[in-house]
Design a protein around this ligand. Structure first.
Ligand code: CP3
Length: 355
């Protein structure tokens, strides 16, 4: 494995290293306020629905030209400051040979839930070569993005394991939370398997040209601090090990994580993504005033009257001023029913607000 990014990588060649996004992630004040949206690629865009017609979600992630096109759609349309690679947190499972599908309107569903020591022992190892369609899609995307950085991502071990143990989406994630206490050795083996799969997925995206990487622990908010620290944080740190020290900013995000923000930072990341529940000033205080933040426009307000949304966004910007760096985003993903014109207008508003 390379110890450094290749010379042609956009962070090394200089194509993205001074971009507003990377500058803010490094704690600086860029020329314009950077903004991107989680789930900016997706069902809110008619051009996405058009190219996805007749192709399943996971198949579309594994066709490099299609994945690149979908990644670029929101960048072209909204003038956001980053592309987020079009893929899914369960792609490493699929490429390892685990039976998994994304059922429309439901989410990830596994053929065989992973519940016993034997189930975990039988999980196939993800192979570097199997990630070639991902590297190819990233290369194609980065070529077309030019000076706009691409953000790579992966699911954190707890969020992935939440799908693997339950076999499908669940509300309280009881399965993995029971397993960590009832059978800690099996939990540890599963969390490490997920960490290694996500770590390799991240590494592939960064080597192929992504300029930053976000670890999504979307469901970590169902854990108390003690369980998070004991059973989850070491595995999340392990997922990031393959992409440390490369110079690419690492971002950590989850929902309902107000009480575990410090521990999420403690796994070794540069930036914390904050959900819509906690004002950024308070998040900054909890993190000791030293961590650049990303967030946290409430997605519910995307469907409110423009004046309501605008005043909320101005509050978010004012609260973000306290942090050493701030990248605007939503407090969770774009809801599919969002009017894309609202997102375009929002980007332009954010770019128009000076310091
Ligand atoms: O623009 C982007 O954010 C890019 C790509 C992206 C997708 N999934 C594409 C996708 C990213 C970063 C993800 C991450 C992901 N996937 C997470 C973490 C982020 C989060 O939302 O909390 C999670 C938990 C998943 C698992 C998953 N995949 C769910 C819960 C769903 C929704 C199921 C549904 O139909 O509502 C998916 C499917 C999925 N992943 C879609 C997209 C665009 C929708 C599929 C479609 O268009 O039919």
């Amino acid at each position: 494995m390379l110890q450094a990014l290749p010379a042609a990588h956009p962070l090394v060649s200089g194509a993205t290293s001074e971009s507003p996004l990377i500058t803010a992630y490094r704690g600086g004040k860029p020329s314009r306020r950077p903004v991107w949206f989680m789930r900016q690629a997706g069902r809110s865009l008619p051009e996405y629905r058009e190219v996805r017609r007749g192709i399943s979600m996971l198949d579309s992630c594994l066709k490099p030209e299609l994945a690149a096109e979908i990644t670029l759609q929101p960048v072209r349309r909204h003038d956001v400051d980053a592309g987020i690679f079009f893929s899914d947190i369960v792609i490493p499972l699929k490429l390892a040979g685990v039976g998994v599908d994304i059922v429309p309107g439901v989410g990830p569903v596994l053929e065989h839930p992973v519940r016993t020591a034997d189930d975990v022992a039988k999980l196939p190892k993800l192979d570097w070569d199997a990630l070639e369609p991902i590297r190819e899609a990233v290369r194609l995307t980065v070529e077309q993005l030019g000076s706009t950085p691409l953000i790579g991502f992966a699911g954190a071990p707890f969020t992935l394991a939440a799908y693997m143990v339950e076999g499908r989406p669940s509300r309280d994630h009881l399965g993995p939370r029971t397993m960590m206490h009832a059978d800690p050795d099996t939990w540890k083996a599963l969390a490490q398997w997920a960490a290694d799969a996500s770590g390799l997925f991240l590494r592939a995206q960064l080597e192929a040209g992504a300029s930053a990487a976000q670890l999504f622990d979307s469901w970590a908010g169902s854990l108390g601090l003690a369980d998070y620290e004991r059973f989850v944080a070491p595995a999340s740190a392990r997922a990031l090990d393959p992409v440390r020290g490369l110079g690419a900013p690492l971002i950590h995000f989850g929902t309902g994580t107000s009480e575990i923000l410090g521990a999420m930072h403690g796994v070794g990341v540069d930036v914390i993504g904050v959900d819509y529940r906690l004002p950024l000033g308070e998040a900054n205080r909890r993190l000791g005033g030293t961590v650049p933040l990303q967030g946290n426009i409430d997605p519910a307000l995307l469907s409110a009257p423009w004046e309501v949304l605008e005043s909320h966004v101005r509050e978010v910007i004012a609260a973000g001023e306290s942090a050493p760096g701030h990248v605007l985003n939503l407090g969770h993903g774009v809801p599919p029913e969002t009017d894309p014109e609202v997102l375009t207008r929002l980007v332009s508003l954010i770019h128009s607000i000076g310091y």
